[in-house]
Design a protein around this ligand. Structure first.
Ligand code: AMP
Ligand code: MG
Length: 267
């Protein structure tokens, strides 16, 4: 999966990343969906192990333009996983109380505890994305945040949190189609937010802001992956695979028990 990993310190130009890419599954959708079933199964077992071992913490960060599929990715990748060990934290416009604190205050509280997986649906990266694009704070303020973020994630990693960050990459044509289908299909209409059109008009500014995020904050302790996301099945498969490979790499084991089961008789 190294193909999709941003090496620390490299400059990202998103126009060079193909949102239609499917090179790890050239056979296509049917094969991709079959593989996702296996991934779902592996993830279910690994999450159980993570919970039982109670040693590691896992943080998964999802960022993307509107309609790129943050919600769909969570739904499909974590299908079947025990809800007790997985939590989703969604970051919306900050409340008055949140705005009265530094921007990481609300984020730190939501990070995973031991044995848990937490998925961030949006994150502290909004504070250098929407906040930058709309000039909600001056440049002197947001431009210092990349360094804070790297240090904050370093703290989490040093204290035992494994961090994976996914940017779901779609293009403007794909977004147009998805917004249109939210208008056309009655059961999707609730998802349509007229405000999304204003954000869409700012597409180039968002891309620039994302390029800076990906260039400045992909670190050895908290790497970014760019996920081609025009095809939903490929997006899900890739995110699932990367999470499974990472969890396997933790070399987890079930905890030793302090008794000899052979010596115990249950009357
Ligand atoms: P959604 O994820 O579609 O429910 O929308 C959540 C909205 O909250 C998006 O428009 C985000 O850009 C916005 N949002 C999230 N975090 C922040 C933040 N720190 N400052 C301003 N807006 C934010
Ligand atoms: Mg929205």
């Amino acid at each position: 999966m190294k193909e999709y990993l941003i090496k620390s310190g490299s400059e990202v130009d998103l126009s060079k990343w193909d949102p239609d890419d499917k090179r790890l599954c050239p056979e296509g959708k049917i094969e991709g969906l079959k593989s996702l079933l296996e991934i779902n199964h592996d993830l279910e077992m690994l999450q159980e192990l993570l919970y039982a071992e109670n040693k590691h913490r896992v943080l998964i960060i999802l960022q993307a333009m509107d309609t790129a599929g943050k919600d769909g990715t969570i739904r499909h990748v974590f299908d079947g996983v025990n809800p007790q060990g997985v939590r989703v934290a969604s970051f919306k416009q900050p409340t008055a109380e949140e705005l009265a604190h530094d921007y990481l205050w609300r984020v730190h509280k939501q990070t995973p505890g031991t044995g848990q997986i937490t998925i961030f649906n949006r994150s502290h990266y909004e504070d250098v994305l929407v906040v930058r694009v709309h000039s909600l704070v001056p440049k002197e303020v947001w431009s210092r945040r990349y360094e804070h973020i790297n240090n904050f994630e370093r703290l989490l990693a040093d204290e035992g949190t494994t961090i994976l960050k996914f940017y779901l990459h779609i293009d403007a044509d794909e977004q147009k189609e998805r917004l249109q289908s939210r208008l056309d299909e009655p059961d999707k209409r609730w998802k349509f937010d007229p405000g999304d059109l204003k954000e869409r008009a700012l597409w180039p500014k968002y891309i620039k802001a994302y390029e800076d995020v990906l260039s400045k904050t992909s670190t050895p302790w908290a790497p970014w992956y760019i996920i081609p996301a025009n095809r939903k099945w490929y997006r899900n498969l890739l995110v699932g695979k990367i999470i499974v490979e990472t969890l396997k790499g933790l070399n987890m084991s079930y905890p030793e028990v302090s008794f000899d089961p052979a010596k115990i008789t249950i009357e």
